[in-house]
Design a protein around this ligand. Structure first.
Ligand code: PQ2
Ligand code: NAD
Length: 171
C-alpha cells in the first residue's frame, strides 16, 4: 500500500457539482452509492456496468453512456471518478486533467487523487468518517463494521453517547 502522507478530513458540500464516473465496475458502484444523494448529477461512461448501476440508470438516478471513454469527455465536469480496469485509460484522464481544478478520485492511483473516500458510519445527523490515509482501507472497513455493530447493541460509552444524540435528534 502506498503511503499517502497526512490528509485533511473535511465535510464536503457537492450539491452544485456534476460528477462524471469513468468505468462502471465494483469500485465505481461502491463510490456512486456514496455520492448518489450528494451531487447534482451523475454521468457514467463505460461499455459495461454492474446490475446496480444499470438499475440506477433505469430509475433515472444517473445517466449511463454505454461506450468507452474518449478524450474530451471530462469537459464540463467538476467532480471526476476514474475507475476503469485499464490503467492506461485511467492515467490518460489524469494526464488530461493535470491543469484543471477539479475534484478527482482515481481508483488505481490514489497519489493522483485530491479526494479520497472514507469509511462512513451514519448516526444521522452525525456522520463518522474513518480513513487510514490510504495505508490500510481494509482496516477502515473493519473499524466501520465494529462501530456499526456497537451501535446495534449500544455496547460501549462512545456508542451510547452517539445513540443518545441520535434519539434526541428524533424528538
Ligand atoms: C473506504 C473505502 C471507500 C470506497 O472505496 O468506496 C475505501 N476502500 C474501501 C475498501 C477496500 N479497498 C480495497 C479493498 C481490498 C483490500 C484487500 O483485499 O485486502 C477494500 C475492502 C473491500 O473491498 O472489501 C483495496 C484498495 N483500496 C485502495 C488501494 C490502493 C491502491 O489502489 O493503490 C487498494 C488496493 C490495496 C492492495 O490490494 O494492495 C485505496 C483506497 N481505498 C480507499 C477507500 C481510500 C483510502 C481509505 C483509507 O485509507 O481508509 C483509497 C485511497 C481510495 C480512494 O478513495 O481514492 C472502502 C471501504 C468501505 C467500507 O467501509 O466498507
Ligand atoms: N482503490 C480501491 O479501493 C480499489 C479496490 C479494488 C480495485 N481497485 C482498482 O480500481 C479499478 C477498477 O476496479 P473494479 O473492480 O471496479 O473493476 P471492474 O472490472 O469491476 O470494472 C471495470 C470497469 O471499467 C470499464 N471500462 C473498461 N475500459 C473502459 C474504457 N476504456 N472506458 C470506460 N470504461 C471502461 C468496464 O466496462 C467496467 O465497467 C482497477 O484499476 C482496480 O485495480 C481499486
Amino acid at each position: 500500500m502506498k503511503e499517502l502522507g497526512k490528509l485533511l478530513m473535511m465535510a464536503g458540500n457537492f450539491k452544485r457539482e456534476d460528477c462524471l464516473v469513468i468505468g462502471g465496475g465494483h469500485v465505481a458502484t461502491r463510490r456512486i452509492g456514496k455520492i448518489l444523494d450528494v451531487v447534482r448529477h451523475i454521468t457514467v461512461i463505460a461499455p459495461n456496468v454492474t446490475d446496480t448501476i444499470a438499475k440506477w440508470a433505469q430509475n433515472g438516478r444517473l445517466v449511463w453512456l454505454e461506450r468507452d471513454y474518449s478524450p474530451g469527455d471530462e469537459e464540463g465536469y467538476s467532480f471526476i471518478i476514474v475507475a476503469t480496469n485499464e490503467s492506461s485509460v485511467n492515467l490518460e484522464v489524469v494526464h488530461r486533467l493535470r491543469h484543471h481544478h477539479v475534484f478527482l478520485n482515481v481508483a488505481d492511483h490514489p497519489e493522483e487523487s485530491n479526494l479520497w473516500f472514507v469509511s462512513e458510519v451514519d448516526v444521522s445527523p452525525v456522520r463518522i468518517g474513518i480513513s487510514s490515509s490510504g495505508c490500510n482501507p481494509s482496516l477502515s472497513k473493519k473499524l466501520r463494521i465494529a462501530l456499526e455493530a456497537d451501535l446495534e447493541d449500544g455496547g460501549n460509552r462512545f456508542v451510547q453517547y452517539l445513540q443518545s444524540i441520535y434519539n434526541k435528534s428524533k424528538d
